[in-house]
Design a protein around this ligand. Structure first.
Ligand code: NI
Length: 267
């Protein structure tokens, strides 16, 4: 039995709030105001190996009516990315999938990724819930730190494995907040810590997309010989603006803003 799109997102959400309970708290706070929370997008991270590249992670979504709309190149962070949209239902979240260009890193880093890759059965990657399988490989805290020195993205992905990195509340679908500033203020008043890299709000109305996010709270992760607190997942908030002439809301992503949002999982 194939999962429906809704069931797939529900699996991702349940797994996500286990290590990011603040997202659930924020959703409950919004619901208490009478809001119905619609997700703008979710984000998934992977490595660009033959077994684990973007297209493998995209497969369950492509099977469920999604198509790839645009691709992105994050030169500084050494990532490729794509975003997918559902063909018929714009209320299904967009899916943002990025992959680390491992060949651009040290031999050390490449060896750790190769070890991870070798421990994954390609038959499991074909399962539609592979993207919620978490970490199924060995990793020492020393290896995590070794990756962290070169790439926060590599370290996070190696430590947490396959799961949503973040969900994103669509401000356009909220009825009691019209500006991202107002939502940010509400979250700060309620004790949440937001990402201030390049200011609370990334992007401008002129770029048709404004984004903010919480900072990822530390999570105790079990490594091979020890348990260590490291940054987990964050919750994002996005407001989209209509494109002139077309009138419909801009649906893409701004590389410069995403670059700063990625830093929500920095230590
Ligand atoms: Ni995002």
């Amino acid at each position: 039995m194939q999962l429906t799109v809704e069931q797939l997102f529900d699996h991702l959400w349940q797994q996500y709030i286990q290590i990011n309970p603040q997202a659930n708290k924020i959703q409950k706070l919004l619901q208490a105001r009478g809001e119905r929370v619609i997700n703008d997008h979710i984000a998934l991270r992977t490595f660009n190996t033959e077994k684990l590249g973007i297209m493998k992670i995209a497969a369950p979504f492509l099977d469920k009516g999604y198509k790839i709309v645009e691709d992105y190149d994050f030169t500084k962070k050494k990532l490729n990315a794509v975003h997918l949209e559902h063909e018929f239902d714009i209320n299904h979240p967009k899916v943002f999938i990025s992959e680390l260009r491992t060949e651009l890193f040290s031999e050390n880093l490449q060896n750790v990724i190769a070890e991870i890759d070798a421990q994954i059965d390609p038959a499991n990657v074909m399962q539609e819930l592979f993207i919620t399988s978490g970490r199924t490989w060995n990793l020492t805290f020393e290896q995590y730190i070794q990756l962290l020195r070169e790439s926060e993205y590599a370290a996070w992905t190696a430590a947490f494995g396959y799961r949503a990195n973040h969900f994103t509340v669509s401000l356009n679908h909220l009825t009691t907040f019209f500006q991202l500033e107002d939502l940010n203020e509400f979250l700060i008043e309620n004790g949440f810590v937001l990402n201030e890299s390049a200011g609370l709000i990334k992007g401008t109305p002129e770029q048709f997309l404004e984004q903010s996010s919480t900072m990822a709270a530390p999570v105790n992760v079990q490594f091979d010989h020890s348990t260590q607190p490291i940054p987990g997942c964050f919750y994002e908030f996005a407001k989209r603006y209509p494109l002139p002439e077309i009138g419909r809301l801009y649906q893409g992503f701004i590389a410069a803003s995403a670059d700063k949002i990625f830093e929500s999982t920095n230590s």
